[in-house]
Design a protein around this ligand. Structure first.
Ligand SMILES: CCCCCCCCCCCCCC(=O)SCCNC(=O)CCNC(=O)[C@H](O)C(C)(C)COP(=O)(O)OP(=O)(O)OC[C@H]1O[C@@H](n2cnc3c(N)ncnc32)[C@H](O)[C@@H]1OP(=O)(O)O
Length: 254
């Protein structure tokens, strides 16, 4: 007689080798917000022995400079506003949690991430040492259809001596614009990304990555992006991008 955990595992593995599963995910996924992922429920979740709560990598840690912390505190304060009666309510901004796999935005994704390429990691969250590479936190304002990322570039991101590698800047721009596009349009992939590097970014410094919706045309979401100093007086980089909405099945090759 097979034990229930083994049975559950086998049904999950079978499910994922079945091309129809991609179709099921497509039917169930609305990627408008992390909570929209709650519709995706892997089989036998209650039998699964791992923690359901993924770690949020965008919380302050000891590597954050005082400037990184100051800007973070500024936006955190905008996430909650006080009413006239002195009550706290949700403000216009929201901090996006940041996981080391995008799968984890789906409810049950923590379990799935143990099963699908379990050693895979989100590029920007793949280096364990705090502060060594990408330290960042993204705040989204859905009403205004824009976001701001506070980014501190660590020493492993060097390109020109003492400055950040252009590929690392592109990675962050794609991550921030992709995060906003996903919040606004659901599951997407980057189809086109144009970048103009205007002035170098010093290694270890903190910059802001602002992104905003330009327009939506059917499945196509067009966004703009600017990377600036934290006081916004200096422009480092500009970008535009096109994200195309996909069915989750696209990722499974169906
Ligand atoms: C709340 C959640 C938070 C989440 C946080 C997550 C944080 C992490 C975020 C990390 C983020 C990282 C994100 C990443 O790094 S994603 C990784 C990098 N991107 C890729 O690998 C994508 C590869 N390409 C494809 O898979 C397909 O080509 C896609 C899916 C893009 C479109 O193939 P599909 O077969 O589906 O569609 P279609 O070909 O019928 O085209 C549809 C429309 O689009 C137009 N078009 C297509 N391509 C281009 C182009 N290059 N320039 C201009 N236009 C283009 C096309 O003309 C057509 O327009 P129209 O004729 O209808 O007018």
């Amino acid at each position: 007689m097979m034990r229930p955990v083994a049975k559950g595992l086998i049904s999950i593995i079978r499910a994922f080798s079945n091309p129809n599963v991609a179709g099921i995910l497509r039917l169930q996924t609305q990627w408008n917000s992390p909570s929209a992922f709650q519709n995706i429920r892997p089989l036998s979740m209650s039998l699964w022995p791992f923690s359901a709560q993924p770690r949020d990598f965008s919380l302050p840690n000891a590597s954050w400079s005082p400037e990184m912390r100051r800007v973070y505190d500024h936006y955190i304060a905008l996430c909650e506003v006080e009413t006239i009666g002195g009550e706290k309510k949700t403000g216009p901004w929201r901090k996006l949690p940041s996981y080391n796999r995008t799968l984890k935005y789906a409810k049950g994704g923590t379990y799935l991430s143990k099963m699908i390429q379990s050693k895979a990691r989100l590029f920007t969250r793949s280096i364990k040492e705090h502060g060594a590479a990408f330290e960042y936190v993204i705040f989204v304002n859905k009403q205004e259809k824009r976001c701001v990322c506070v980014f501190q570039a660590g020493r492993l991101l060097e390109g020109p001596p003492g400055h950040v590698h252009g590929g690392a800047i592109a990675t962050m721009i794609d991550t921030v614009m992709g995060g906003l596009a996903a919040c606004l349009s659901g599951p997407i992939m980057t189809a086109n990304l144009n970048i103009s590097y205007r002035s170098p970014i010093t290694l270890g410094s903190v910059v802001l990555i602002h992104s905003a919706l330009d327009h939506v045309e059917g499945r196509k979401t067009f966004l703009t992006c600017r990377v600036t100093s934290t006081d916004e007086t200096k422009l480092h980089t500009e970008a535009t991008a096109l994200f195309v909405s996909i069915n989750v099945g696209h990722l499974f090759g169906t």
